[in-house]
Design a protein around this ligand. Structure first.
Ligand code: ATP
Ligand code: ZN
Length: 304
């Protein structure tokens, strides 16, 4: 590594992602689909950007907001749950946010939820008064309790939160849930969602005042193209001219289709970019309405 982390020229952008864990691979894949590539360093904590001056720092997800706050990293891919938790802590201290969510990235989906022992009959949050709630997200939980006007004990645990009720450390928990299988395995049931989370691109509130500003803008433009195209498909088919009025209503999510005359016949060739899901059912309906030679193509990116 020739460059010192945390100092030196600021003409390169530095993005922190999780080193290993749920967000690590999807974050790297997303950045790769934005055209970034890196020369791997041997320790793999710092990856030097090759295709663009955008480097990667591989860290624990919990460290990402702090690295952005301290200016060690410019951007980071982190769960909204982690960003929000640390944002509340910062705001309590400084009364203003230092980082912000730039884009929701569509992976790492989960929710921060209250879960109670299966035997509990849940009615409403007033039941929480005087109870002890174990969580790794004390700030989000406390803010929510304050908003509900409920006084409860917050027991901060860094891991294995779901076992706390069984161990007698707490009466219920506030933890991340995706499928709910871990809760069920611990005889708990989710009763209330505090926040919906997913991986986000986070950055500082303050704008970059050097070359990093343009690099960040370039990355955001590419990211928007990739995110927008994620579920999009290019649909190509042929149809007789008179079928067009019955075909168009089947493409409500498509941008205005390109229509071409087929050489030597009065048939048309159509090309439509669909932003919704193109199901088999939809293809069959198009066929019934007169379309033939249907082709569905994936779209890798788009520059509007
Ligand atoms: P690290 O070693 O980086 O601190 P970690 O154990 O804190 O790793 P992971 O378990 O990989 O982190 O979770 C990272 C993020 O994945 C969470 O902060 C959350 O945003 C998201 N996530 C999605 N589904 C779940 C889930 N079922 N449980 C926990 N996190 C989830
Ligand atoms: Zn973590």
């Amino acid at each position: 590594m020739s460059q010192t982390i945390g100092s030196g020229a600021r003409d390169r952008l530095r993005i922190a992602i999780q080193k290993s864990g749920r967000l690590a691979e999807p974050a790297r894949a997303l950045l790769t689909s934005c055209g970034l590539s890196w020369r791997e360093s041997r320790d793999r904590l710092f990856c030097y950007g090759e295709s663009l001056p955008i480097d990667l720092l591989l860290v624990r997800d919990d460290d990402i907001p702090g690295l952005i706050r301290d200016g060690v990293c410019d951007l980071g891919v982190v769960g909204r749950n982690v960003l929000l938790e640390q944002d509340i802590a910062v705001r309590r201290e400084r009364e203003a946010s230092v980082f912000r969510e730039l884009r929701a990235l569509g992976f790492g989906g989960c929710r921060l939820a209250l879960a109670v022992p299966e035997g509990w009959e849940w009615r409403d949050p007033s039941q929480l008064a005087g109870k002890r709630i174990a969580t790794s997200y004390p700030q989000i939980l406390q803010q929510w309790l304050d908003g509900q006007g409920v006084q409860a004990g917050v027991v901060e645990l860094s891991g294995s939160v779901e076992i706390a009720p069984k161990l007698g450390q707490a009466d219920l928990i506030c933890d991340l849930v995706s499928s709910g299988a871990t809760l069920a395995a611990n005889q708990l049931k989710p009763v209330m969602t505090l926040i919906e989370s997913e991986a986000v691109l986070a950055g500082p509130v303050a704008a970059f005042d050097d070359a990093r500003g343009e690099l960040a803008e370039l990355l955001l433009r590419r990211l928007d193209g990739v995110l927008r195209m994620r579920h999009s498909k290019l649909l190509m088919f042929r149809a007789p001219r008179e079928a067009i009025p019955s075909l168009l209503p089947l493409l409500p999510d498509a941008e205005a289709p390109t229509v071409m005359q087929v050489e030597g016949s009065d048939g048309l060739a159509l090309q439509a970019l669909c932003h919704g899901v193109v199901t088999w059912q939809r293809l069959e309906e198009l066929k019934q309405a007169g379309a033939s030679g249907l082709l569905v193509l994936p779209v890798e990116g788009m520059l509007a």
